[in-house]
Design a protein around this ligand. Structure first.
Ligand SMILES: Cc1cc2nc3c(=O)[nH]c(=O)nc-3n(C[C@H](O)[C@H](O)[C@H](O)COP(=O)(O)OP(=O)(O)OC[C@H]3O[C@@H](n4cnc5c(N)ncnc54)[C@H](O)[C@@H]3O)c2cc1C
Length: 349
């Protein structure tokens, strides 16, 4: 019987294990924490925003880095396939505002319970309190841990990224990739969030161009000649931003609409079209929800998640250089990539 090792019992490792398990496979998960899914517990503020119900293209629009890389695996196993996966095995789900999907119980602990149940049901070997220290490949993969050594025919690295390191995501997968697969392109470190020089972002708060926006302002001012300028601006921008825009446009906030000059109107338009926000520093990986950067997807087969450099070695989940906006998309990346790897291994066996 072929032996498959999975390093990491997070969302991606657990999902891969359950998909892999059949009578021809012997699946072992090695996890350094004393329990599974420490990060899953924290997701969605303890409610676990497990995926998002947006349809295909709209879903993919929310993938920020390496969206195209995901096309092939997502066409094999998309968000609706994952919803089926959970619901058919007894985890009821609900869809809420912005198409975000949660367990019906609103508890991430129920997602953990679900995974625990499936691990037992499928006879998957789960070895906790065991940290993988290094990996070598001879005929098989030799995996050295802080307790004992293991050998596997196939290996899935599901060690997560670097965000919230107290959950176990300490970047070990990058270390394995770097030591194991030589070559400069393994890690796309340049995109790590802490390395960026961005200090200011600019928001365009109106879909209208400057001329159209100016005309709109004239119309609204004409309709409300004796109202305070800040109240009138509330028709165009979020309430909290009106006083900021008025201040940045150097306008006396007590002015009425009919007292606003052409120059002042033009400054309002400029500030709405180019509303800048400054920030001093990022919160770093201790507070980041997702890691930007990771194993370079150019070295990974998008259909199977197999390394193009090392046969039978797979990378899934946040360890890869793929990330999305918040809303359930990042867990779906973990599930979709895990499914692709586990299906590919099953086909080989
Ligand atoms: C606070 C917070 C809230 C979030 N909320 C959401 C949300 O609601 N919806 C959403 O879609 N996404 C959310 N995310 C992102 C999402 O949780 C992650 O993208 C996802 O969990 C990544 O799964 P993973 O399996 O790739 O990695 P992880 O969940 O990080 O799992 C990696 C596992 O590998 C283990 N490991 C690492 N190195 C070793 C080693 N050397 N030996 C053995 N084991 C090892 C770790 O202990 C860990 O258990 C959130 C993230 C955070 C931090």
């Amino acid at each position: 019987m072929k032996k498959i090792g999975i390093i990491g019992a997070g969302a991606s490792g657990l999902y891969a294990a359950i998909n892999l398990k059949n009578q021809n496979t012997d699946v072992t998960i090695l996890e350094k924490n004393d329990r599974i899914g420490k990060k899953i517990l924290m997701t969605g503020n303890g409610r676990c925003n497990i995926t998002n119900a947006k349809f295909y293209d709209e879903f993919l629009e929310n993938i920020v880095t390496n969206q195209k890389f995901l096309y092939s695996s997502f066409s094999q196993h998309d968000n609706y396939a994952s919803m089926d996966f959970f619901q058919s095995k007894g985890l009821e789900l609900v869809t809420e505002e912005y198409d975000r999907v949660f367990p019906k119980s609103q508890k991430s602990t129920d997602v953990i319970r679900f995974f625990k149940r499936e691990i037992i049901k499928n006879n998957i070997k789960l070895i906790t309190n065991t940290e993988v220290l290094s990996i070598k490949k001879f005929e098989k993969f030799l995996v050295k841990t802080d307790k004992k050594n293991y050998d596997f025919d196939y290996l899935i690295i599901a060690t997560g990224g670097l965000s919230y390191p107290n959950t176990g995501a300490t970047g070990d997968g990058y270390k394995f990739a770097k030591n194991f697969i030589s070559g400069p392109s393994v890690l796309r470190l340049s995109s790590f969030i802490v390395g960026t020089d961005v200090r200011q972002i600019s928001l365009n708060l109106s879909v209208l161009d400057e001329n159209e926006l100016d005309k709109t302002l004239i119309e609204i001012f004409d309709k409300n000649p004796n109202k305070d300028i800040s109240n009138v601006l509330d028709n165009i921008v979020p309430n909290a931003l009106s006083p900021v825009i008025i201040k940045r446009a150097h306008i006396n906030p007590d002015k009425k609409s009919n007292q606003i000059t052409k120059d002042e109107r033009s400054r309002i338009v400029k500030n709405i079209k180019n509303f800048t926000l400054d920030f001093d520093k990022f919160g770093g990986f201790n507070t980041a929800v997702i890691t930007k950067g990771g194993v370079d997807v150019r070295d990974i087969d998008p259909k199977t998640m197999e390394s193009k450099l090392v046969f039978d070695l797979y990378f899934v989940g946040e360890v890869l250089d793929i990330d999305a906006l918040t809303g359930g998309f990042n867990l779906q990346i973990a599930f979709t990539s895990a499914f692709a790897a586990s299906s590919a291994i099953k086909e080989k066996i």
